[in-house]
Write a protein that binds this ligand. Structure first.
Ligand code: CA
Length: 232
């Protein structure tokens, strides 16, 4: 099941070696690229399943690599950032990255990110291209009918809560930034929209999560945004 091809884009040899050794030990195939140009070439010529992309590359900013790859491909890109500032992650996510890892990261974190991506790829392949119903554990969103259910029970959502749930479910597995979400919901992203988002997220969670304090469907990425997870 692990036979995914992972493109590792990293200019720092010790980190690159740690990553490739880990991938090899867990039965993944991999390619490597030490620069942005090499990454774009590998991505276009070998069609990998997932890219791990360092943001600080010698020849170009990783954000530029994301933008270039996104002109022709939607393949999952997991950004690796040495910079602890949230703005880099947010810029990368807004440019089209799916997820991020912050250096220094553990081998377990690297593998966990891959498993999330793998579940998402598997879910995308098993579903009909234009899906009208989203199912995730007990949660079901019927886009065509405009209703959502938890088990047998229809959820009573406000229009904003429903819009939020649709946006998150249509991007399941992907970290969505506060800016992205508020732009989609309100068409703007002022500070008070982000504050409103927190409020609507809290009320939505109360309706869909059995334990809103330890959510299983919607993950919080502090300072960055939210992600809907595919639960087993
Ligand atoms: Ca680097």
């Amino acid at each position: 099941m692990n036979k995914l091809v992972i493109l590792v884009v990293e200019d720092d040899p010790p980190i690159r070696n740690l990553m490739t050794t880990t991938l090899k030990a867990h039965d993944y195939h991999y390619l490597t690229a030490p620069t942005g140009e090499a990454a774009i070439l590998e991505a276009s010529s070998h069609n990998p399943d997932v890219i791990f992309l360092d943001l600080g590359l010698p020849d170009m900013d990783g954000i530029e690599v994301i933008k270039r790859i996104r002109t022709w491909s939607n393949l999952p890109i997991i950004v690796i950032s040495a910079r602890s500032e949230d703005t880099d992650k947010i810029d990368a996510l807004d440019a089209g990255a799916d997820d991020y890892l912050t250096k220094p990261f553990s081998v377990e974190e690297l593998l966990a990110r891959l498993r999330v991506t793998q579940r998402r790829l598997a879910a995308a392949q098993s579903e009909i291209p234009v899906q009208s119903v989203f199912t995730d554990g007990k949660l079901r969103v019927d886009y065509a009918a405009g209703c959502a259910y938890l088990g047998e029970n229809e959820l009573h959502l406000t229009p904003i809560e429903y819009k939020l749930l649709c946006l998150l479910s249509k991007n399941v597995g992907k970290v969505l930034t506060h800016t992205f979400i508020t732009q989609k919901i309100w068409g703007s992203s002022w500070d008070n929209d982000i504050a409103s988002l927190r409020v609507f997220m809290a009320t939505l969670r109360k309706k869909i999560e059995s334990e809103p304090d330890s959510p299983q469907y919607i993950q919080t990425h502090i300072g960055v945004g939210y992600r809907m997870l595919k639960v087993e």
